[in-house]
Design a protein around this ligand. Sequence first.
Ligand code: ACO
Length: 306
Amino acid sequence: MGVRFKGWGIGLPDRIVTNDELSLTLDTSDEWITERTGIRERRVGGTAMSLGVIAGQRAIEDANMTLADIDFLILATTTPDRLCPATAPMIASAMGLTCPAMDVNAACSGFMYAVRTAYGLLETGNKRILVIGSEHLSRWVDWSDRNMAVLLGDGAGAAVLEYDPDGSDLISFSLGADGSAADLLTCEHGGFFEMNGKEVFRRAVRVVVDSAEQALASAGITADDLSLMIPHQANIRIIQAAAQRLGIDMDRAVITLDRYGNTSSSSIPLAFYDARENGRIKAGEYALMTGFGAGMTWASAIVRWS
Ligand code: ACO
């Protein structure tokens, strides 16, 4: 069996917050943030639901489908609008969908976990699944904490996945989780995101490299065969370190964190969309999608565009 990506969409708040703007209220600077993270600005606003609705609608339009074509909705989010109910049914209702809908929380690996879940559902009877990554991270940021405030942004990205008995865009996966590292990156009830940045950085490089190597091996290809690396957008230095260890030059890496910051579950579909807009997605070529995040969780997939 196979699964095809049929359409993509994004939803971004209009409000742009630059590093200079953050420097007005925080003891930080554009120079520090740019050098240490690669981030220059981020979008702030909306909610997981409102941004998810925009991305989801656009993905269905992009796939030339109608609402009736979609038979499952999976929302990857770390920042649901409420603890209960899940945000996915509210997105479905706002869009006019009546199919099953559920949230998946695997932090910044969330979109890839949702794609893996969709793959399993398509293997067992579903036909077309809308997968959305949507985050309202700014709501859970302590804007007086320079350690976190400079990193995160809001946004959403979505894809429609379709069952295809004759071939697949998704070639292989490698997913993992290690709850013994849970305390490295947390957001307690009623609290804000807190992180041991150095340790997250160290482990992130390791799990991205390991899971990417496993996904490449399962696909029967090497890093030389990849045209693109579409990584989770947390820090340019993490992407550079992982790419270097994998033997992927940075010309092949898609970078959007300079404009959007770290948008957690949304960052991989936002990066895919950016690559497509810039003509970097070509039929028959291989790409690596790879993410890591709180949990810790990690997930890599090899994709071959049809
Ligand atoms: N502006 C200025 N100085 C700062 C800032 C800031 N915004 N933030 C920290 N500093 C200071 C620190 O206080 C420290 O000062 P000190 O030396 O006086 O103690 C100094 O800068 C160096 O801090 P480090 O933590 O050593 O800086 P580092 O180079 O490690 O960069 C960073 C920090 C950017 C957080 C990095 O560790 C990182 O990117 N880690 C990974 C983050 C990540 O990937 N998170 C992923 C998941 S997010 C999610 O799941 C929602």
